[in-house]
Design a binder for this molecule. Sequence first.
Ligand SMILES: Nc1nc2c(c(=O)[nH]1)N[C@H]1C(S)=C(S)[C@@H](COP(=O)(O)OP(=O)(O)OC[C@H]3O[C@@H](n4cnc5c(=O)[nH]c(N)nc54)[C@H](O)[C@@H]3O)O[C@H]1N2
Ligand SMILES: Nc1nc2c(c(=O)[nH]1)N[C@H]1C(S)=C(S)[C@@H](COP(=O)(O)OP(=O)(O)OC[C@H]3O[C@@H](n4cnc5c(=O)[nH]c(N)nc54)[C@H](O)[C@@H]3O)O[C@H]1N2
Ligand SMILES: [Mo]
Length: 815
Amino acid sequence: MKKISRRKFLQATAATAALASAAAQSPSGAILERSNRISANHWGAFYVNVRGGRMVGVTPYVKDAYPTPMLEAMADRVYAQNRIQYPMVRASYLRDGPGADPTLRGAEPFVRVSWREAFDLVAKELNRVKKEFGPPSIFAGSYGWYDAGQINNPPVLLQRMLRLHGGFVGGTGDYSTAAGQVIMPHVVGTLEVYEQQTAWPVILDNTQLIVLWGADPLLNCQIGWAPADHYAYGAIEELKKRRGRIEVVSIDPRVTDTARYLDARWIAPRPGTDTALMLGIAHALYSEKRHDQAFLDKYTVGFARFAEYLTGKSDGTPKTPEWAANISGVEASVIRNLARQMAAKRTMLMGGWAIQRQHHGEQAHWMLVTLAAMLGQIGLPGGGFGLSYHYDSGGNLTASAPGLPGITSGAASGGAAWLSKDANAIPVARVADMLLNPGQPFDFNGKRQTYPDIKLVYWAGGNPFVHHQDRNRLIQAWQKPQTVIVQDPFWTPTAKFADIVLPASTTFERDDIAQVGSYSRVRIVAMKKAVEPLYESRSDFEIFAELSRRLGFGPKFTEGRDTLGWVRFVYGEARKQAAQLKLPMPDFDTFWNGTGVVEFPIPGESRSFVRYGDFRKDPILNALGTPSGKIEIYSKTIEGFKYDDCPPHPTWLEPAERLGSEKARQYPLHLSSPHPKYRLHSQLNNTWIRRWYEVHEREPVWINPVDAEARGIRNGDVVRLFNERGQTLAGAVVTDRVRRGVVVMAEGAWYDPAEPGKVGALCKHGDVNVLTIDRGTSKLAQGNIAHTALVQLEKFGGELPEVTAFDPPKSAERG
Ligand SMILES: Nc1nc2c(c(=O)[nH]1)N[C@H]1C(S)=C(S)[C@@H](COP(=O)(O)OP(=O)(O)OC[C@H]3O[C@@H](n4cnc5c(=O)[nH]c(N)nc54)[C@H](O)[C@@H]3O)O[C@H]1N2
Ligand SMILES: Nc1nc2c(c(=O)[nH]1)N[C@H]1C(S)=C(S)[C@@H](COP(=O)(O)OP(=O)(O)OC[C@H]3O[C@@H](n4cnc5c(=O)[nH]c(N)nc54)[C@H](O)[C@@H]3O)O[C@H]1N2
Ligand SMILES: [Mo]
C-alpha cells in the first residue's frame, strides 16, 4: 500500500492547487498550457489537457483547493485497455436469440456486430418483450454512479425512452442510505441523510466534542454526486488547529484516515452493534439524570414509551452500559464516561452511513437521533447530530444559486408512468430477490407489493456485479431473464455477464453541464468534450435517441434537441431562475465559449446555518414533517405496520451475523467493506492507480496482527476469505488500524471468477461481495446489509492464479 499521510496529502494537494491557479501544473507534474476545456465529474471540476488530440491529464479547477489525487488517473481511465470498442453480442445469444442458454452468461465469448445490427437487435427485443409479456417485464432500475452531467444521464435517458415505449419497472432508494432515508421521514420528517448540515464554521466556533460515528469525511468527501467541491478539507484542516479546544472521538472498527489525521480518540466496537452501544450511553444518561427532559418534552414525542424499553420495564432487560459492553465489546466504563462527556459538552454526533448498511440498519440512525434528542442540543449551534458530514462536504456553505435542471425521465409529450401490476419500482437492493421470485409478495415501508416477472434487464451506468451483495446468488438470479443489455464504457464484470453490450463514451468524449456541490451548488461548469469518442463508442444520449427513433418516437424523445441543444436549454432554465433571484448569469454562448464557469455568491448567513435552528426557535411555526410535527422517538405510523423486524421505537435487534454470536464460532471474523480510498466503487480499478494499494495484484484486506499471527499470515501474503456464500483471494495488510476480530476489505474491486459464469467460483481478485449477505435491512426499508457478514480467512497455499479482471472477454467470429 502506498502510505502517504493525510497531512502530506493535504499539503501536497494544496500546493498543487496553488500552482494550478497560476495555470501551470497538472497533478502529474507535467507543465502544460492551461486548456480552456473545462469539465467536471464526481471527483471535482478541472481543465482537461489535450495534446495532439489525445487527453494527457487534468488540472484541478483553480478554486478547488483540495483536489483528490484520484484525478491523476482520469486520462488512463479514458484509454483503459478494457474499453468496450464496438457493440458486442454473446455468441450463443446472437445465434439462438433471446433466452439462449442463460447459464453461459459470463462464460461465453462475444461477437462484434455493427451499431446498425445492435440497434435493430435491441429495438426488436424491446418490442417483442413488451408485446409478449407487457412493459412490467422490463427492468430498468439501472442503479449506479454513472458519471456527472445533467444530460448524459444513462438511467434517466433509459427510463425516458421506456416510458415512451409503454413503461418499465424501476428501482427506488439507493445502496447508500436505503435504511436511513426510509426511517428518517418517520422520525424527523425529511430524508435527513441528504440535507445541508450545520455549517462547518459553526462547528469550529461552538462544538466541544465531535463524535465521528462510523464516518470518515477525509476519505469519502473526495467525491460527490454532483461534482465534489472539497470544502470539508479546509474545515478539517482548521479543526486540527483547534484540537486543543475541540475533542474528537471516532467510533469505528478501524482507525480511519480522518481519525488518524485528527489524532482522534478511537473507540472500536464490534461491527453492527452500534445501536446497543448507543442504548448503553442513553441508559447512562438516563440513570444519572443527565438527559434533557425539557427538550424531550417540548420537541419530541414518545420518549416515555422508549424509556420503558431503555430501563427494561417493558422487556425485562435494562440497557445498561454493562449490557451494551457485552454486545459491543466496548467497556462499560468507556460507555459511561462517553455519556458524561457528551452531556457536559457541546456535542455534535456525526453519523456515517455504514452503520445503517446493516441488518436492522434503520435502528442505528433512529437511535442516533434519539441519543441526540436526550442530549437536548439539536438546533443549538454546533450541537445535535448530522448524517452527512462525510458526504460531499455536508456542512459546506450554500451559495445563492439557481438549481440546474437536467433532462427528465418523463418527456414533455408524456408517456406511461413507471408501471407494473403492483410494484412499479422495487427497492433497489431487492433486485436478485425480484428476479428469483416473480409473483411473490414483499413488504416495503407499510405497503405489500408483488415482484414482477422480469424478462429483460437493461443496465446503463451501474455495475451490479460489483455493487450487489452475494455474488453467487446474483449469478443465479441473472440467469432468469431472457435478455440482458448492458451499456458502459468498460468491460466491467456486469458487461461480461450481458447478452448485448453497447459501448458508451466517457464524459471526456461528449458535451454536458454540471453544478458543483450537491449541497453548496457553488458553480455551474461546462463539461466540454475534450477528445473524440474512442473506437465506436457513442454518448448515452445518442444511443437512446437512436433507439427511440427506431422504436418510432425519436422526436418525442429528443424534443427536437441534440446534446448541446439540451445543455443550452437547461442552462437557460437556470438562468431564468437566476434572474428571479437577481443573480447575474451570462448568456449561454458567452458562458460556453468563455470560461465555462459561473460562480455563485455565498451569502453571509450560510456561515451561521444551524440545522434545526428554526425548529428549536419555534417548533409550532417550523414544525417537522412528521405526523406530530416533532421528533418521533415512538412512531405510531411504524407501530401500525406491525413489523417484527422494525418495532415502533429504536430497539436492539440481533443481526443475522455478528461477533459474539453462535455463528462466529465457525466464521470468527467480521468482514467490513467500506468505500475505497482510491476508487469510486469499481471506477478507476481498471487504471494504474490500483498499484497504489494492491497486494500481489489483489484487493487488500486489513487484518489485525493478532488475528494474522493466529493464522500464520504475514503482511503481503495472499489469503483466501470464505464463508458459505463464496470465496475470494485478497492481499493481507497486517495492521493495528483494525480492531481484533474484524477484517476490512473495500467494496468495488472487480469480480474475477476463476471459472467464469460458475456459481461458487473462487474470485481471483477480491470482490468483497462474494461474501456478503443479500437480504433486506427490514420490511421497512429493504436496504442492503453489506456490512453484516462473518468470514474465515486463511493463507492461500495454491498456485497464484493470474488476475484477468481487466482483460476484455474472449471474442469470437460469427458462428
Ligand atoms: N460490500 C459493499 N457493497 C456495496 C457498498 C458497501 O459499502 N459495501 N456500497 C454500496 C453503495 S453505497 C453504492 S452507491 C454502490 C455503488 O455501485 P455502482 O454505482 O454500480 O458502482 P460504480 O462502480 O460507480 O458503477 C458505475 C458504472 O457506471 C459506468 N459509467 C461511468 N460513466 C458512464 C457513462 O457515461 N455512461 C454509462 N453508460 N456508464 C458509465 C462505470 O464504468 C461503472 O461501471 O455499491 C454498493 N455496494
Ligand atoms: N473515495 C471514495 N469516496 C466515496 C465513495 C467511494 O467509493 N470512494 N462512495 C461515495 C458513496 S456512493 C457513499 S454512499 C459514501 C459512503 O459513506 P459511508 O457509508 O459513511 O462510508 P463507508 O466507507 O461505508 O463507512 C464509513 C465508516 O464506517 C465504518 N464502519 C463500518 N461498519 C461499522 C460499524 O458497524 N460501526 C461503526 N461504528 N462504524 C462502522 C467504516 O470502517 C468506515 O470508516 O461515500 C461516498 N464517498
Ligand atoms: Mo452510495
